[in-house]
Design a protein around this ligand. Sequence first.
Ligand SMILES: Cc1cc2nc3c(=O)[nH]c(=O)nc-3n(C[C@H](O)[C@H](O)[C@H](O)COP(=O)(O)OP(=O)(O)OC[C@H]3O[C@@H](n4cnc5c(N)ncnc54)[C@H](O)[C@@H]3O)c2cc1C
Length: 387
Amino acid sequence: MVNIKLPSHIDQLRSSLRRFVDEHMPREEAARWDKENTFPRDVFDKLSALGVMGSTIPEEYGGSGRDILATLVTIEELSKRSLAVSVPYIMAACYAGMNVLECGSPRQKAELLPLVAAGKMLFAYGWTEADTGADLASVKTKGTIAGDHIVINGAKRFCSGAEICDYIYALVRTGDQAARYENLSVVLISPKLPGVEIRPIDSMGMKGARTTDVTFIDVKVPVEMIVGEASGINRGWSMLTSAGLDVEKLEVAAIALGIAEAACDDAWDYSQQRTQFGRTISTFQSLRHQLADMRTQLHAARLVTYHAAHRADADRPDRVETSMTKLFVTETARKVVLDAQTILGAYGYVRDFDLERYVRDVLLMPIIGGSSAVQRNNIANWLGLAR
Ligand SMILES: Cc1cc2nc3c(=O)[nH]c(=O)nc-3n(C[C@H](O)[C@H](O)[C@H](O)COP(=O)(O)OP(=O)(O)OC[C@H]3O[C@@H](n4cnc5c(N)ncnc54)[C@H](O)[C@@H]3O)c2cc1C
């Protein structure tokens, strides 16, 4: 069981992140990054100076030691203010740091991990395709090995952050389509290579590291950029389903938690300022109960997230618990944010208030990182429910 008291370094981390957010991520700027769909690289660089990029990386590679709880608390605190900073943080610490550590060759670890820890290496995930959503084993983007290169042809959809990343962490087919899980490989593709074309997709939320369509036409990538190098060829599926995937679900849960906490705080404050019928609306029992329920639901969501993080840190991740956490926290967060919106009434529906952005952002969370339906399938299957 988790130790209910959080370690003191987590309290310190949270305090320094809150100071950072107050100083470098004011509300007006967060609203602007959302409106302009822009990545504030200068803020990200200042964040790197706090040392948080190395929270998934052992000290021998320049990190601060693998600490999943610290990583999730960082995501939560940044997501309270802006996904334009929290998502690029995930692209560095999690997509790059955790995957290279778990799946990279010794040379890739030595070269890439110190860059991640320094905030100079962002990966975008190139998994989804036009015809491939939940069923990732059906990807069609092809990688053909030709001498010392692998030649990539195909297209990825919803590749978030492709324009700001150093490499797309792309799942490609390195053999016959019918083999499904058996001949997939992961390749690090620089978005600057000839033959890579990126086109933004106009999504509802998660602005900043905007999501894109990426096309590859005869893109020549050196074979040493296959993750794991020679021994990584055709091992893509096991890389995708490694411990990193479990943590990915927790990353999405931590984003959702941060958004919902911000929404709840805003509704709490608003209810004590807004006056109707000669009294603040926080004095109406229906609102008091709704706000009390929201706080209670968030408390439960935070506990399950931290418990799953604790198990991941103890090298005892439990796939059922991780799926339950992703399902429960993202669905709870969506409910809390929509409840917060009703408390703000008409002001929860206009762009002058942050709540409108929280709604757009939180609606994505039960969709990405494995939809709620996929998590329910996992939970029922892994707990042995007869089919
Ligand atoms: C803003 C945004 C950012 C994204 N960023 C990335 C990214 O960076 N990299 C990336 O690779 N992808 C990304 N995605 C893609 C995202 O991960 C996929 O949308 C997700 O995997 C679901 O795929 P799909 O939308 O094609 O749905 P589908 O898989 O087509 O599913 C459609 C519906 O059917 C349900 N369903 C599917 N299979 C089952 C089943 N077996 N049982 C029951 N129900 C099922 C789903 O729950 C859903 O309701 C992003 C998407 C968005 C919108």
